[in-house]
Design a binder for this molecule. Structure first.
Ligand code: SF4
Length: 694
């Protein structure tokens, strides 16, 4: 641990890693960060933290930081350092040139879930007001876009239902497709406390995650289903609940759309959807599924927590709705200790979605085709907005290879590493005439960039993040930006070079604009955040203190909407050439593609990605623990070391994706969620063979 002497000042701010949103006291000596101390009054963390938030901030002053803007004529040329003025002028001229040559819709932008709400709002405003189209998207496209679709359809709002503290009232906790111990460690501690007090645990996951068996905790049921069969499993649980008379009839009668319920109940009751009928498909004994369903329905307050193992599938949106169906059928929405709670990965993925980062939605999840909503923004911005939804990230890349999309502004996202089918991403970027990357480091995407604009860390700016429980928290500037500007200032420079005439002098003014234009944020302002510490949206006239729990008396959409979710097998099939199914996840000490955690000296962050493989599958292939193996799919190939373990079932392999050398996305395919295009990262048919190493 690097300790740099006695601090002489401290600033309370919010962690920039995961969606838990822990609050810290950043203790400073001059411009040097001495240490990060978990803040006892933090509403999300109550004085706790994990190793990343506590120690992994060294990247903020790492030598790899790029602090001067750079430009080059083509990606084959070396970078040339230029002034901010020259770089921004170049971006504005290039974007206008491209639009003049190829049309208004030939450029777009990507917002970042690592940046603040205010920065995200400005990027989508730049696209809508300045570019004159709706070609804006965000990294939620590749993680929680099915949450937005599924929860909005069933409940009426694209967010989790509870605050984190609600787990202390849960009698049954169902964790599906999430690994909170590694992915959301501080919330996992809250959850474990409740489990040690006696709450029952059901885990639905192909892998035996730590939570299944840890000190003083043993899951009542672990359903290690075959990757890609979530919908069949949840439908089988619904079958048990309906056919065994475990539905909360009064709740459904009063709170839900009765016709939709009747159709759904008839659908799930069919014997072809029973646990026995899907036993071979999922690989889970029917009696275990029946017992888990009974426990969920009758065990008291039952809360569901889920992660990317739910969303990153070809049926991601269907799975979210299948989860919502279960919760409504058992009366487990709108009360303490219950609900449906997505565990968001990135610190501000909830906020990025709230701020209108989608090509079809303005802030507050209002459709761009709605004339009344558009008129509100048009009046405020003095602009005419395009009523047509824009392009999603994969569609931007497709349009680029087709020659109709030519320029992009990418803030704080390394799409070459984080998006599926790396070759296709590279081809799309290579086909563009002006790729602008704004980031802390020269990331992989920057290999295809013509302009690099230095980014700023969360320590170098004011703003807000919104965590997984809809909690809006202040991010406070701890030190001056190394590059001279916070990211919101850079977006403003681009906007003004394009003639938009913005005049923000502080992010609080951007939040005032967000509140003016977004009903769920109507009561949010920096004074309220300073006084209260944080607030959970919706915060407005109807909810002046914010909203820790949603859907209490009625669903936001009115009646809860059951949706028939028919199981449709993914097109990604195993076969003689690719007999194993690969699924992916994270480890505690690393964060996503590791851009920040790998640049922190405090702790050993350098553990490699390994391929977990069952002893039977390893033996069949002559693979020993620690051997190099080649991992091949229909899309590509990579090499990594094997870890032999029975945490994964026979037929399933698992790896993390933190190291660029692993290039896990070289092997992921183009299959994606039917509703949102969220990529199917969690199911890839692969072959594993011994290798001599990379
Ligand atoms: Fe940061 Fe998440 Fe760890 Fe909290 S749990 S310290 S928010 S990474």
């Amino acid at each position: 641990v690097i300790e740099k002497g006695t601090p002489d000042r401290a600033v309370v701010t919010t962690c920039a890693y995961c969606g838990v949103g822990c609050t810290f006291r950043a203790e400073m000596r001059g411009e040097e960060l001495v240490r990060m101390v978990p803040w006892k009054d933090g509403k999300a963390n109550h004085g706790h933290s994990c190793v990343k938030g506590r120690f992994a901030w060294g990247y903020a002053r790492h030598n790899d930081r790029i602090v001067n803007p750079m430009v080059r004529g083509s990606v084959d040329e070396p970078w040339r350092e230029v002034s901010w003025e020259e770089a921004i002028g170049h971006v504005a001229r290039e974007f206008r040139r491209i639009q003049n040559a190829y049309g208004t819709r030939s450029i777009g932008g990507i917002t970042s879930s690592r940046c603040t709400n205010e920065e995200t709002f400005l990027v989508q405003k730049l696209v809508r007001q300045g570019f004159g189209n709706n070609n804006v998207d965000t990294c939620a496209r590749v993680c929680h876009s099915p949450t937005g679709y599924g929860l909005k359809t069933t409940f009426g709002t694209s967010a989790g239902t509870q605050d984190f503290d609600s787990v202390q009232h849960a009698d049954v906790i169902l964790v599906i497709g999430a690994n909170p111990t590694d992915g959301h460690p501080v919330f996992a501690s809250h959850m474990k406390r409740r489990l040690r007090q006696g709450a029952k645990l059901i885990v639905i996951d192909p892998r035996r995650i730590d939570l299944v068996r840890s000190p003083h905790i043993e899951a009542s049921h672990h359903l290690p289903l075959r990757p890609g069969t979530n919908v069949a499993m949840l439908t089988a649980m619904a079958h048990v609940i309906v056919t065994e008379g475990l539905v909360d009839e009064a709740y459904v009668h009063e709170r839900c759309d009765r016709d939709a319920y009747a159709e759904w109940a008839e659908f799930v009751s069919d014997p072809s959807r029973s646990p026995e009928a899907i036993e071979e498909l999922t690989g889970v004994p029917a009696q275990e599924v029946r017992a888990a369903a009974r426990l969920y329905a009758t065990g008291g307050n039952a809360a569901i927590y889920y992660g990317l193992g739910v969303t990153e599938h070809s049926q991601g949106s269907s799975t979210v709705m299948a989860i919502a169906n279960l919760a409504m059928a058992t009366g487990n929405v709108g009360k303490e200790g219950a609900g449906v709670n997505p565990l968001r990965g990135q610190n501000n993925v909830q906020g990025a979605c709230d701020m209108g980062s989608f090509p079809h939605e303005l802030s507050g999840y209002r459709h761009i085709s709605d004339a009344e909503t558009r008129a509100l923004f048009e009046k405020d911005w003095g602009a005419t907005l395009d009523p047509e939804p824009g392009l999603r990230i994969p569609n931007m890349l497709d349009a680029a290879t087709d020659g109709t999309f030519k320029g992009i502004f990418i803030q704080g996202e390394d799409i070459l590493q984080s998006d599926p089918n790396t070759r296709h991403v590279a081809a799309g970027l290579a086909a563009m005439e002006c790729v602008v990357v704004q980031d802390l480091f020269l990331n992989e995407t920057a290999n295809y960039a013509h302009v690099f604009l230095p980014g700023s860390t969360f320590l170098e700016k004011d703003g807000t993040f919104t965590n997984a429980e809809r909690r809006i928290q202040l991010v406070r500037k701890v030190m001056e930006p190394l590059n001279g500007y916070a990211d919101w200032e850079v977006v403003q420079l681009v906007a003004n070079a394009m003639g938009l005439g913005w005049g923000y002098t502080h992010p609080s003014q951007i939040m005032d604009e967000i509140a003016r234009l977004t009903p769920t944020f109507a009561g949010v302002n920096y004074d309220a955040l300073e006084q209260r510490g944080s607030v959970q949206w919706p915060m407005n006239e109807a909810a002046p203190d914010g909203t820790p729990m949603m859907h209490i008396d009625h669903f936001v959409r009115g009646k809860g909407m059951f949706v028939v979710t028919d199981y449709v097998p993914t097109d990604e099939r195993t076969g003689p050439r690719f007999p194993l199914l690969l699924t992916t996840g994270r480890i505690l000490s690393q964060y996503n593609v590791g851009a920040q955690t790998r640049r922190t000296a405090n702790v050993d962050w350098h553990a490699e990605d390994r391929l977990e493989i069952h002893p039977h599958d390893a033996e069949n292939r002559g693979v020993r623990d620690g051997d190099w193996v080649s991992l091949r799919s229909r899309a590509g190939e990579t090499t990594l070391r094997a870890k032999i373990t029975d945490r994964v079932a026979p037929g399933v392999v698992y790896t993390t994706f933190h190291h660029p050398d692993t290039q896990a996305n070289v092997i992921t395919t183009d299959f994606s969620d039917w509703a949102t295009n969220c990529p199917e990262y969690k199911v890839t048919a692969v072959q594993v063979t011994p290798s001599n190493g990379p």
